[in-house]
Ligand binder design. Structure first.
Ligand code: FAD
Ligand code: DHB
Length: 387
């Protein structure tokens, strides 16, 4: 078969791109390795920037989001047993939305009536430097298929095949690993605060987030090689209580744990984000540590740039947007990389170095007492306008 744009991966990047292209009259086919039920149940991010919400709204994909989301106007930074509020909307003029990534994915799939093939395997990309690249794969029924495209969008996440299809020597990799990971839980428990709490404590970082008035999302800084078996429910709750404890009256509500996992933390960028007729978007091209709540939002910003460039190209053969795709995306990518690294460095004690600890506390006191510093955090956290 033939299509204009072959999209590898049905995460936020691939699905938003498919809807953007559809809106502009460009054909595409989406190929996804996992089953529909798997991608719809995968618990990940929860904070949407204003720009992400606006884009989904303009695509007519945000009806349920607007009904069910939680709108937040601030976050709390907790350190030395005292909470300090950063009034995001007051300082940066935009609010944030709490709505689970898997809910976004469900909405995007439900509204899609074009070709989207789940449970495909053996996906391989060929002819990337030719005018007619193609994707070979085995469909869910076990039949070998070939999809010939004008361009391929690699939206298949960090462990996908697209980035690996680029010949050696083309990409420069920028990477930083961190000596910690996040243990995340989803709990059947009402949020214990109206806003997110990012907590720095001598026992490590903790984050109180939420999904709805009945469901809490909580994270603990742990070792990168942490074994979930060493974390029975009671240990998770007592560690969360210890790290989120503070001098004013505050209590953490608990409840049955619905989901748990450990996620590594890393910063990663490849440049350029394109090769011949292949364009990488989202986690396929870059990873940020989760502390800035940016991974999903950055994936959506990438595909907005790609859809605009493809629209100009198909409309009149103007290649300028496609040629500049990587450079355009990387400006935002590096701003987000810096912010995510900075939030991570400020909030995760490494334990052994009193100099590092003193710097973290000084920085936390500064961002919670200086309006200029708080505004800098706020404008990055709510997100800069989309390109
Ligand atoms: P993905 O969502 O990874 O989508 C890629 C898709 O491609 C997947 O559906 C995958 O199955 C598919 N795929 C992979 N290989 C192939 C192949 N060979 N062929 C076809 N399809 C393929 N960000 C936050 O801001 N906060 C968080 O709390 C947070 N938690 C996270 C927890 C985990 C475990 C992970 C992995 C990420 C988390 N992130 C978080 C990051 C955020 O979820 C990602 O940045 C976001 O999902 C990026 O979207 P994407 O579409 O680029 O990639
Ligand atoms: C959530 C995840 C994040 O990485 C973050 O910084 C804030 C909230 C969440 O899953 O709710």
């Amino acid at each position: 078969t033939r299509t204009q744009v072959g999209i590898i991966g049905a995460g936020p990047a691939g699905l938003v791109l498919a809807h953007l292209l559809r809106q502009r009259g460009i054909d595409c086919v989406v190929l996804e390795r996992q089953s529909r039920s798997y991608v719809e149940a995968r618990i990940r991010a929860g904070v949407l920037e204003h720009g992400t919400v606006d884009l989904l709204t303009s695509l007519g994909l945000a009806d349920r989001l607007h009904r069910e989301r939680m709108v937040h106007h601030g976050i709390e930074l907790l350190f030395e047993r005292t909470a300090h509020r950063i009034p995001l909307t007051e300082l940066a003029g935009r609010e944030i939305t709490i709505y689970g990534q898997h809910e976004v994915v469900k909405d995007l799939i439900a509204a899609w009536d074009g070709p989207l093939h789940f449970s495909v395997s053996s996906v391989a990309l060929s002819g990337l430097s030719s005018g007619a690249p193609f994707v070979s794969y085995v469909d869910a029924a076990g039949v070998a298929q070939e999809l010939v495209c004008d361009v391929i969008a690699g939206c298949d996440g960090f462990h996908g095949v697209s980035r690996a299809a680029i010949p050696p020597g083309v990409l420069t990799v920028h990477q930083r690993d961190y000596p910690h990971a996040w243990l995340g839980i989803l709990a059947q428990a009402p949020p214990s605060s109206d806003e997110l709490i990012y907590a720095h404590s001598p026992r490590g970082f903790a984050l109180h987030s939420m999904r709805s008035p009945a469901v809490t999302r909580l994270y603990l800084q742990v070792r990168p090689d942490e074994d979930l078996d060493e974390w029975p429910d009671e240990r998770i709750w007592s560690e969360l209580r210890a790290r989120l404890d503070r001098d004013d009256a505050w209590e953490l509500a608990d409840g049955p744990i619905l989901e748990r996992s450990v996620a590594a933390m890393r910063s990663f960028v490849v440049s350029p984000m394109q090769y011949g007729r292949l364009f990488l978007a989202g986690d396929a091209a870059h990873i940020v540590p989760p502390t800035g709540a940016k991974g999903l939002n950055l994936a959506v910003a990438d595909v907005k740039v790609l859809a605009d460039a493809l629209t100009s190209w198909y409309a009149g053969g103007d290649r300028a947007g496609l040629d500049a795709y990587s450079a355009t995306c990387l400006r935002r990518v590096w701003r987000v990389q810096h912010f995510s690294w900075w939030m991570t460095s400020m909030l995760h004690p490494t334990g052994d170095d009193p100099f590092d600890l003193a710097l973290q506390l000084s920085q936390l006191r500064y961002v919670t007492s200086s309006r200029a510093a708080a505004t800098s955090l706020a404008e990055n956290y709510v997100g800069f306008p989309f390109p």
